[in-house]
Design a protein around this ligand. Structure first.
Ligand SMILES: [Zn+2]
Length: 412
């Protein structure tokens, strides 16, 4: 590793550690929208961006931006970013890694005296996890103009609306609007921990994300008849829970037989839910993901039909309510080609994987083509204090982004 690479890596690791100590809770890392800890992180990010002569600004939501001009002032900017809020009791890499790695790659360019033709904007979003207002992506939605009255009317646990909260706690001093219209940027790159075990299994430090999966959420309710457990013979029962259990196994079977389909039942509710009753109603949630929206829709219907057949055969009824249906987002082929080239040079391999989890890039896809680089994290663990990325993997990610950026020197 060159001395410049060594220095930027050391600095990046120190920064990840430093930001990991800025929390609003004692003893664990929790950082939510516009909290004092969030404001402190924003200030430090801006100070670091200024060190490489970026023009820095922030908006009232607490999102920060550094702008590095290019040699072609009229060229559309390339955006790099991720979020710096955290889940409750989180790890220090989720989100922050993407901002710090982006900054480190820009420092490598500066150390080599390289100025790109395209301007580069480094973005740190103040809210992605949505801990305070129970909705994700407020930071990236804010810069894409993806806000409506319903968003401002969202309420936190103190019953305060987002608009009131911003009026009281918004970072209005010296704030400027940060806005991107559709087509106003060359691309958006997000570096993020994988939060899964694919790269670890493959023995690779980083990988190219091909798409961010769409997602459907269903609440299924199996209805039977609640009866006394002591007095109802087995052959006369309409047990909703055993019917639901058979549905769950059928759901698992279909997903197992059709990779990369992911189907998860994470929550169940039984009524009346007492030990001496035959369950009358058993409700379950279903989270369904697939990189291809049409395939996801097809399986959603197949699963509904399968569950319906199972419960009908048992003399039960099924209610099937789709409560969320988000299409997936494909990563850009041309940006992916650049990222693949950078990966090949930096790590010698280009593992490709789809992201099951949502990221800021999903929202930024409204305004620009997107690219994502996943970085290996130990055991796929995230949203946990033990979340961990090896130092050399952080180094590999910086090297990949550095080379990705340098690819813009040729052919804009
Ligand atoms: Zn994240």
């Amino acid at each position: 590793m060159s001395e410049a690479a060594d220095n930027t890596l050391r600095l990046a690791l120190e920064r990840i550690k430093e930001l990991g100590n800025l929390s609003e809770e004692k003893g664990r890392l929790t950082r939510t929208l516009l909290s004092p800890a969030s404001r402190e992180v924003a200030s430090r990010l801006m100070a670091w961006m200024e060190e490489i002569k970026m023009q820095v600004s922030h908006n009232a939501m607490g999102t920060v931006r550094g702008v590095l001009p290019g040699t072609q002032p009229r060229a559309l900017p390339l955006l790099i970013g991720s979020h710096f809020d955290t889940a409750v009791g989180a790890g220090k890499y989720d989100g922050v890694l993407g901002i710090v790695v982006g900054l480190a790659a820009l420092e490598r360019l500066a150390a080599d005296g390289i100025v790109l033709p395209v301007p580069v904007h480094l973005l740190g979003f103040a809210d992605q996890e949505g801990v305070r207002f129970h909705t994700t992506y407020l930071g990236s939605r804010g810069v894409c103009g993806d806000f409506d009255e319903a968003t401002y009317a969202l309420r936190d646990d103190t019953n305060t609306t987002l608009s009131t909260f911003l009026a009281l706690a918004g970072w209005t001093e010296d704030s400027t609007d940060i806005e991107y219209a559709p087509g106003s940027a060359r691309g958006f790159l997000e570096v993020h921990i994988e939060q899964g075990r694919v790269l670890e299994e493959a023995g690779q430090p980083a990988g190219l994300v091909t798409a961010i999966c769409g997602q459907s959420r269903v609440v299924g309710s199996v209805r039977g008849r609640a009866e006394h457990a002591a007095t109802t013979p087995m052959e006369l029962r309409h047990d909703a829970l055993t019917g639901a259990a058979e549905c769950l196994l059928a759901i698992e079977k279909m997903a197992r037989e059709n990779p990369p389909l992911l189907a998860s039942v994470g929550k169940m509710q039984i009524d009346p839910g007492t030990s001496n009753s035959v369950p009358g109603v058993a409700s379950f949630t279903l989270d369904l993901r697939h990189p291809e929206d049409a395939v996801r829709a097809e399986f959603l219907e197949k699963l509904r039909a399968r569950c319906s057949a199972i419960v009908t055969q048992r003399g039960l009824k099924l209610e099937w309510r789709v409560v969320l249906d988000h299409d997936g987002v494909s990563c850009d082929v041309e940006l992916g080609r650049r990222l693949a080239g950078a990966l090949t040079t930096a790590t010698g391999a280009v593992p490709r994987l789809a992201s099951g989890a949502g990221h800021d890039a999903v929202i930024m896809a409204q305004v620009a083509p997107i690219a994502m680089l996943f970085v290996r994290c130990r055991g796929g663990l995230s949203h946990h204090p033990d979340e961990f990325v090896a130092e050399k993997d952080v180094g590999a990610a910086i090297e990949v982004v550095f080379r990705f950026l340098k690819s813009f020197l040729v052919g804009g």
